[in-house]
Design a protein around this ligand. Structure first.
Ligand SMILES: Nc1ncnc2c1ncn2[C@@H]1O[C@H](COP(=O)(O)OP(=O)(O)O)[C@@H](O)[C@H]1O
Ligand SMILES: [Mg+2]
Length: 315
């Protein structure tokens, strides 16, 4: 590592909101990078242009009068890499990274969660430039009028206040939100200047599935595997579904090894056999999404999802 790299590494800090300690804690930098995320090239590119390059080459962006950063809202079916890719950003940039799960912020003590959220934004302002990743926005489930709990409502309000600060004194803070259920998000959160740039994170394509399968299995004892074939048989599987498939196949091979007393590599047969027991977990999400996209999508937020469904023959 060069001196410069070492210096940059030291400057960079990663924080996580720890529920047990009820405070922001500094954590070791996650080791994932974009190389561990299979596919999602468009998303990676967008993140590079919005978050990574402006921090590395600010002079270019300035010259063209292009404002760096802003905010992104990642949404899509569960298990397709929203959290995973956001974590990998921490491994890609030389900026501080704050990762908060809203579930952890929603403290047991009423009134405490707004405090916690405010602390997080304060920390972000102290640590500029930094990326603030707000995961599990689903925790805010429900738009303003049908909110069941008053303290959830006040948390939304607090979030709005903090995000509005973005324009004035949040300069140099980049926000990424993630949710499986964007239609439950308070519409006020999606106004310009807040989390208005929505990015759909779809299930991996056949080619991407092959890449992900190979990534997940790479360090395990294996036969020569026909991942092309496996990829073709795993339509609509999420990254997490593929991870599970590899996990199941490892179990099968391990079991055989223990029985025979010899190390047995994972075979095509192992994978095909466990595949029979597994179904894609993304389709349920699409049927819910279709409902919202068809009947209550006043802002045409989900046209992308409908187009995707048509292209991929999901009904
Ligand atoms: N594109 C991907 N490349 C590699 N692994 C992935 C990908 N998408 C999902 N995974 C795997 O699935 C797991 C769950 O993904 P996650 O990011 O938590 O999904 P969510 O979209 O629900 O946040 C990850 O920890 C990772 O192992
Ligand atoms: Mg997630």
């Amino acid at each position: 590592m060069s001196d410069k790299q070492e210096k940059e590494q030291k400057l960079m800090k990663v924080f996580l909101f720890d529920k047990e300690k009820n405070a922001l804690v500094e954590i070791i930098q996650p080791k994932e990078t974009f190389a561990d995320v299979g596919g999602l090239d468009e998303v990676k590119k967008k993140i590079e242009m919005n978050f990574i390059l402006p921090l590395q080459k600010p002079e270019f962006f300035k010259a063209y009068g292009k404002k760096a950063g802003g905010s992104l809202l990642l949404y899509g079916p569960p298990g397709c890499g929203k959290t995973f890719i956001a974590k990998a950003i921490a491994g890609e940039i030389n900026a501080n990274f704050l990762h908060i799960e809203l579930q952890a912020i929603l403290s047991m003590y009423i009134g405490q969660s707004e405090h916690n959220l405010h602390d997080v934004f304060e920390k972000a302002r102290e640590s500029k430039p930094c990326v603030l990743f707000i995961d599990e926005l689903d925790a805010l489930g429900g738009s303003r009028h049908n909110m069941r709990f008053h303290h959830e409502r006040t948390l939304v309000n607090q979030l709005l206040v903090e995000l509005d600060g973005l324009d004035s004194h949040n300069d140099g803070i980049y926000i990424i939100g993630a949710t499986n259920t964007p239609w439950y998000l308070d519409p006020a959160l999606k106004r310009p200047g807040r989390l208005n740039q929505m990015i759909f994170i779809p299930p991996p394509s056949e080619k991407e599935r092959e890449i992900i399968l190979n990534l997940k299995i790479k360090d395990k004892p294996q036969d020569s595997l026909d991942m092309k074939k496996i990829a073709s048989k795993t339509n609509y599987f999420s990254g997490a579904d593929l991870d599970q498939l590899v996990h199941d196949s490892v179990e099968a091979a391990l079991e055989r090894s223990l029985e025979s007393g010899e190390l047995q590599p994972i075979t095509n047969m192992d994978i095909l056999k466990v595949l029979k027991e597994r179904k894609p977990t993304t389709l349920e999400w699409f049927s819910t999404a279709k409902n919202y996209a068809t009947f209550s999508d006043v802002n045409k937020d989900y046209t992308t999802v409908l187009d995707y469904m048509k292209e991929n023959k999901i009904r």
